[in-house]
Design a protein around this ligand. Structure first.
Ligand code: PRP
Ligand code: URA
Length: 209
């Protein structure tokens, strides 16, 4: 079974408090979601393997540590996952970026796929799936299934706000996947929105409402 990690670092919690506020502007919302993604990525990559290499400083030879093993791929779930991409690319500039297009049918709350383009060598990479909201878990679970169908093996899911239903579903459907959230909220309302949440993440990032 995978593990649910709640990354309640004070800096993340502070930024999240502003993100949730309904009076936060689109500009500020975009900046904050990117910053939160950066801080979360720092925590979610804490156990990445390193290896010793020898380099020469201007003063002497030195044994130093560098990232080892598989390179990273990030896969934002369109649309709202796009808001998390820049913050991670700033930390891991060499990462590849795949895209999965899913929207949640407003009546059934079931995910509907409309786009999928992943790096060819996805099977060899550490994969971080990005979506700000983990509500019923339908979208994240379907995205992880698509990635597995394309050969992806080493997958983590990173969401800003989660709900218990969503986290339970992903961990049950994909016992090999660890889930990282900045906060776990209490429940979903009758429209499938996370309570208290932050509203519709895609609309708040792109200013579409
Ligand atoms: C939102 C969100 C997730 C999904 C979460 O996307 O970004 O992808 O809902 O809900 P779930 O856990 O119940 O599946 P939405 O369908 O609103 O699409 P958008 O990103 O294009 O706005
Ligand atoms: N999608 C969102 O954007 N927000 C929610 O609260 C739930 C699903």
């Amino acid at each position: 079974m995978g593990t649910l990690h709640v990354l309640n670092h004070p800096l993340i919690q502070h930024k999240l408090s502003i993100l949730r506020d309904k009076n936060t502007s689109v500009k500020e919302f975009r900046e904050l979601i990117s910053e939160i993604a950066s801080l979360m990525c720092f925590e979610a990559t804490r156990d990445m393997p390193t290896e010793e290499v020898e380099i020469e400083t201007p003063v002497a030879k030195a044994k130093v540590r560098r990232l080892a093993g598989k390179k990273m791929a990030i896969v934002p779930i369109l649309r709202a996952g796009l808001g998390m991409v820049d913050g991670i690319v700033q930390l891991v500039p060499g990462c590849k970026v795949g895209h999965i297009g899913l929207y949640r049918d407003p009546e059934t709350l079931e995910p509907v796929e409309y786009y999928c383009k992943l790096p060819n060598d996805i099977a060899d990479r550490e994969i971080l799936v990005l979506d700000p909201m983990l509500a019923t878990g339908g979208s994240a679970s379907a995205a992880i299934s698509f990635i597995k169908q394309h050969g992806g093996k080493h997958i983590r899911l990173m969401c800003v706000i989660g709900a218990p239903n969503g986290a339970d579903k992903v961990l049950a459907d994909h016992p090999d996947v660890d889930v990282y959230v900045a906060a776990m909220d209490s429940h979903l309302n009758e429209h499938g929105y996370i309570v208290p949440g932050l509203g519709d993440a895609g609309d708040r990032i792109f200013g579409t409402k």
